[in-house]
Every structure is written in structure tokens, then in C-alpha cells.
Design a protein around this ligand. Structure first.
Ligand code: SF4
Length: 86
């Protein structure tokens, strides 16, 4: 669990169609690129490690109410946002 209470940096990898990796659909930071890196390289890379140590810096994350309850369930509205083309 990160300082801000979100566990997704320890459990989640969102792979976009172009191979780029984000932790979730609410954090726009690109943590890796599977066209040039392995899953293990991304998962253990600087982007994920920084996120795990320093916490997620996204303010007003729509999932935090849920994440605070340590459930990490994505609502249908949030899922629609996640499925928007990037
Ligand atoms: S954007 Fe929200 S759900 Fe995603 S890692 Fe950050 S705090 Fe967790």
C-alpha cells in the first residue's frame, strides 16, 4: 500500500493498445513500453518503484474513495473512462 492508501501500484498494470503501460486509467504517467521492455522490466522498473515508494501524485483521484476502503473496485462510470480510446 502506498502512502496515499492506494494499492494499485502493487497490483495493477494497465497495458494500452500501443504497448505503453500505466498503473491505472486515472494516472497518465507512462511507466514503461512493452514494445521495447519485458513485463518484468516494467513491473520492477523505476516508474513502478517510484510510485510504490513515493505514492501516487494524482490529486482528486476518482478511485480513491474506493481505494481508501482497500477494495479497489472500479465503478461502471470509471470503467467507461478507462475504456475511452487513448
Ligand atoms: S490514480 Fe488513483 S487509483 Fe490510480 S494509482 Fe493513483 S491513487 Fe491509485
Amino acid at each position: 500500500m502506498t502512502k496515499n492508501g492506494c494499492s494499485l501500484p502493487f497490483t495493477n498494470m494497465m497495458i494500452m493498445r500501443n504497448g505503453r503501460v500505466r498503473v491505472c486509467c486515472f494516472n497518465p504517467d507512462i511507466l514503461g513500453d512493452l514494445t521495447t521492455q519485458s513485463v518484468s522490466e516494467v513491473w520492477h522498473g523505476n516508474g513502478y518503484n517510484d510510485l510504490r515508494v513515493n505514492g501516487c501524485l494524482v490529486s482528486h483521484c476518482p478511485a480513491m474513495d474506493v481505494a481508501d476502503k482497500k477494495v479497489n473496485v472500479i465503478t461502471s462510470e470509471q470503467e467507461a473512462i478507462c475504456n475511452e480510446p487513448t
